[in-house]
Design a protein around this ligand. Structure first.
Ligand code: GDP
Ligand code: ZN
Length: 460
């Protein structure tokens, strides 16, 4: 069976490093260790104390030394993977580590697939699926805030909340299913009321999770912020102000010449991808029209649009076209060039955007840029501390499962109130449980599991 085979991989990134780590996980970890590791004296290793760091040599099949290493052993059930695990730290260099790994393979291990160590940890019950997902989120986190939220998830905060709801629903389901098996003991009225309360409690808790999901997803995936405005209003200047010293990493979007997309930047803890559009223009030129379409599409898909207007020039038809287009979209209205004599006032724009937030800045002098950053952060994730939340949803996958569970529980509530048959209640309760099981991993398809771990790097 593939799962039971012992796997090995280099767990440190490629390239030169002070050390490089090779991990071996599976039932044969120690027998492989015995074949390839030697005491500093050259003797065979007979004892393998747990969690003790030891010095030694890796040798090849001809007993020739390959590298001086330290190694340690974790016993099954007490290791990261839940299997026997041997970790070898050699000198970090490509040839060196490749030679060690080749020796490990010759001794009986097979190459680990991406994320396979963590996948085994999940399959062996060391982590639930939210915790396993948090491993990759922690590795990929781009801001301090995103890193802290991932750590909370790794420590099981979301897992705990989901598990509690699962247990509550299970406690309801068990007596209903029992009543179905013994129809003469009907569920008395009182229990129906209790059941109603309990289902409503679970539904309430899930709704709370859902409320913060969009903000959580932004922290994990990064927000897309589009800078829009007619030519010359100062889009590129503002982009540079927001990028600060990260200016050097602005790169063109492939396939376009006038749009620029930034690498993901850390905007007050929020990972943000900034896009400078070509501007929404009124034009009959087909090339220009394509640009307008592209800009509109970017604005439609954005988490937030920064709409820039030039305070020093009266509004043009193009400005009005932008105002019309943005009327119902999440946008911050920015009046730029306020260092110059002002022709356009906040008041004149306010009537067009009764809901929007306004800010006056100068992309030339930098005035108002810090306020703008705070405003962008607040629009994207709110001002309260997301990292301090007891649990946060950071994946679309989780959000959808929670939505599904809430829908099913709403049916259950209706069913209890309308005195539906027990088996109908049981079916919907069971389905709600399974929706939550997609999050915890208790009820998730192998396909989804494989998809999740395929996003990992090899060696994790
Ligand atoms: P874009 O076409 O919207 O990207 O505009 P740019 O950022 O290229 O700016 C157009 C011109 O306006 C440049 O000459 C900038 O130096 C100038 N500019 C941009 N922002 C300001 C500002 O806040 N104040 C002043 N005085 N000039 C600005
Ligand atoms: Zn520009």
């Amino acid at each position: 069976m593939k799962e039971s085979q012992t796997i090995a991989a280099i767990s440190t990134p490629p390239g030169e490093g002070g050390i490089g780590i090779i991990r071996i996980s599976g039932a044969e970890a120690l027998s492989i260790g015995a074949k390839i590791l030697r005491h500093p004296s050259g003797k065979q290793i007979k004892s393998w104390p747990e969690r003790v760091v030891r010095l030694g040599y890796v040798v090849d099949q001809d007993n020739e030394p390959i590298d001086e290493v330290i190694y340690f052993y974790f016993k099954e059930r007490r290791s990261y993977t839940g299997e026997d695990l041997l970790e070898i730290q050699g000198h970090g260099g490509y040839q060196n580590l490749k030679k060690i790994l080749t020796t490990v393979f010759q001794a009986g291990a097979r190459p680990a697939e991406p994320g396979e160590f963590t996948k085994r940890a999940f399959l062996n019950g060391r982590l639930d699926l939210t915790q396993a997902e948090a491993v990759i989120d922690l590795i990929r986190a781009r801001t301090d805030l995103a890193q802290r939220v991932a750590l909370n998830q790794l420590r099981g905060r979301l897992a705990q909340v989901i598990k509690e709801q699962e247990e509550k629903l299970m406690a309801l389901l068990v007596p209903i299913e029992a009543a179905l098996d013994f129809p003469e003991d009907e569920i008395p009225e009182l229990q129906r009321n209790e059941a109603l309360n309990e289902v409503n409690n679970v539904r309430q808790r899930l709704k709370q999770l859902l409320d913060s999901a969009d903000r959580g997803i932004i922290l994990r995936d990064a927000a897309t912020v589009v800078i829009a405005g007619r030519p010359n209003v100062g889009k590129s200047s503002l982009l540079n102000q927001l990028l600060g010293e990260e200016r050097a990493i602005v790169t063109p979007i492939p396939g376009t010449t006038r749009d620029f997309v930034s690498e993901i930047i850390d905007l007050e803890g929020v990972p943000v991808r900034l896009i400078d559009t070509a501007g929404v223009r009124q034009s009959d030129d087909p090339v220009e029209k394509a640009g307008v379409e592209k800009a509109r599409q970017l604005m439609t898909e954005a988490d937030l649009v920064l709409a820039i207007f030039d305070a020093a020039t009266p509004l043009t038809p193009e400005d009005h076209a932008l105002i019309d287009f943005l009327s119902a979209k999440p946008a911050l209205i920015i009046l730029n060039k306020t260092d110059l004599p002002v022709q356009v006032t906040v008041e004149s724009l306010q009537s067009a955007f009764p809901q929007a937030k306004f800010l006056s800045i100068s992309a030339l002098t930098g005035a108002g840029i810090n306020e703008l950053k705070t405003l962008i952060r607040d629009e994207l994730i709110g001002s309260e501390g997301l990292a301090e939340q007891p649990a946060l949803v950071t994946r679309v996958r989780h959000k959808e499962a929670i939505e599904e569970a809430i829908e099913l529980l709403t049916l259950v509530v209706q069913g209890i109130a309308e005195e539906w048959s027990e088996d109908l209640l049981a079916v919907n309760l069971r389905a709600a449980l399974d929706a939550l099981g997609q999050i915890s991993g208790r009820a998730v398809s192998e396909e989804i599991i494989n998809e999740i771990f395929a996003q990992f790097c090899i060696g994790k």
